[in-house]
Design a protein around this ligand. Structure first.
Ligand SMILES: Cc1cc2nc3c(=O)[nH]c(=O)nc-3n(C[C@H](O)[C@H](O)[C@H](O)COP(=O)(O)OP(=O)(O)OC[C@H]3O[C@@H](n4cnc5c(N)ncnc54)[C@H](O)[C@@H]3O)c2cc1C
Length: 410
């Protein structure tokens, strides 16, 4: 394929690398902002759809709001979620809301449906085309692919955790928290929680992370997706596969019976480079929530912000180098900064107080559900929550100080 026949070389062309949630939502939002950009935009994807992505598939309504606004919500089999249950510090708590707060999908179906919607809107998505390098030009950048070379005024790296684009702009992910994750789909067991809940288990404090049990629908059958999320570099060296085996055995399941899927995740870090010259990063290529590994909803939100931002770049009202500032000013940027700060504090000694706060304060869990579900959190509820968190932290430190043996002379 001659790319130059698809996209004319020169200014005004946008190349998006990767047709996952971040890449496709960026394309859709750019077309919403500048409908005429369809002929100047191309999405390059190394896989062929339907393609799978190792992922538990839980999507927060907060992120899908982006697609609802674009009237682009994929209609695929879904396990609808109304609440969250959490086990930690020897206690378990659950909160369920009336309206769904999200759903669990299969990425094989979801991503293919989203790509199809984008195509129907006029987005050119070229599959089976791997980007192998990016080189800066005096104006724009050159994109090298397995099918040839093309030029663009703006290149968007939406190519996920192993991003070639991120490496090409010299960002090695230093300073970002990374995670190892492994999952399997099994039949439900009698110890599973209600099928309307996402269950997180933080009870094992030797695991630098958590285990999960999410309801999921595979080929029309209701199963459970179970997995282990482990933050790297937080002092836990036990292999995640070994941990998953132990967990399955504890549930009475034979680990050898299930296909294991294992992958890495990359967390957002404030100082990580996410733009250089004509290139900017979105989605997991830029970094997602390092605390939970939630990446689909953040990636959709990245796309919404980036699509509008690129429209401004094409209009001459912004430069690509403004991208880190635009992200930092957005709700997503503040959210990711807060989550990465809390994750660092959690793994640097704050775990016991945070765990205790989460399971002993139904308000905190309820607010978490409302936030995930994009439902309003009344100001009084928020104030009570902040007050509770401050009181709990103060109580924890006073108890801690009182429990330490005195070193002062009698
Ligand atoms: C085990 C596991 C469980 C998870 N569970 C959840 C969950 O329940 N909920 C949640 O919100 N998040 C979850 N995540 C995270 C989530 O899967 C990702 O954060 C999310 O998919 C990121 O979206 P993205 O669009 O940035 O990247 P991706 O979805 O990874 O899409 C990137 C696309 O780019 C393509 N690509 C890559 N390199 C190139 C290249 N060189 N050239 C061309 N194309 C390329 C890929 O083929 C892919 O289609 C999980 C992750 C793992 C590993």
């Amino acid at each position: 394929m001659d790319f130059h026949a698809v996209v004319g070389p020169g200014n005004g062309d946008v190349v998006i690398v990767g047709a996952g949630p971040a890449g496709v939502s960026t394309a859709l939002m750019l077309l919403r902002a500048v409908p005429s950009a369809a002929s100047r935009l191309i999405v390059l994807e190394r896989a062929k759809f339907p393609r799978d992505k190792i992922c538990a598939g839980a999507i927060a309504a907060r992120g899908e709001r982006v697609l609802r606004e674009l009237d682009a919500v994929p209609d695929v089999p879904s396990a609808w979620i109304h609440g969250i249950s959490l086990r930690s510090a020897g206690k378990e708590a659950a909160v369920e809301l009336t309206a769904p707060i999200g759903r669990v999908v299969r990425r094989l179906e979801y991503d293919a449906a989203l790509v199809e919607i984008a195509r129907q809107r006029g987005v050119k998505i070229v599959e089976d085309t791997q980007v192998v390098g990016i080189s800066p030009l005096e104006e724009g950048a050159q994109v090298e692919t397995t099918r040839g070379v093309l030029r663009a005024a703006v290149v968007v790296g939406a190519d996920g955790v192993g991003s070639v684009v991120r490496k090409a702009i010299g960002c090695d992910g230093a300073g970002s928290l990374r995670a190892q994750v492994v999952e399997v789909d099994t039949e439900p067991t009698s110890s599973d929680r209600k099928a309307s809940l996402l269950h997180f288990d933080l009870n094992d404090t030797t695991l630098a992370g958590y285990t999960w049990d999410f309801p999921t629908i595979v080929d029309g059958q209701r199963l459970m997706c179970r997995g282990v999320y482990q933050v790297r570099g937080a002092g836990d060296t036990t292999d995640v596969g070994t941990r998953l085996d132990a967990r399955l055995e504890a549930l009475g399941l034979d680990p050898t019976q299930y296909k294991r899927k294992r992958y890495a995740e990359l967390g957002f870090a404030r100082r990580a480079k996410i733009a250089k010259d004509a290139v900017l990063l979105v989605g997991e290529a830029a970094g997602i929530d390092p605390g939970t590994g939630e990446g689909i909803a953040p990636s959709l939100r990245y796309g919404a912000i980036a699509g509008r931002f690129i429209a401004e770049v094409l209009d001459g009202k912004a430069r690509v180098s403004d991208w880190p500032r635009a992200l930092a000013r957005s709700g997503l940027g503040k959210d990711l900064l807060l989550r990465s700060t809390v994750t660092r504090a959690y793994h640097a000694g704050g775990r016991s107080s945070i765990d205790r706060f989460l399971t002993r304060s139904p308000r905190a869990l309820r607010a978490g559900c409302q936030y995930f579900g994009n439902q309003p959190i009344p100001r009084t509820q928020l104030l009570r929550l902040v007050f509770g968190a401050v009181a709990q932290t103060a109580w924890h430190y006073v108890s801690f100080a009182n429990s330490r043996p005195s070193t002062s002379p009698m």
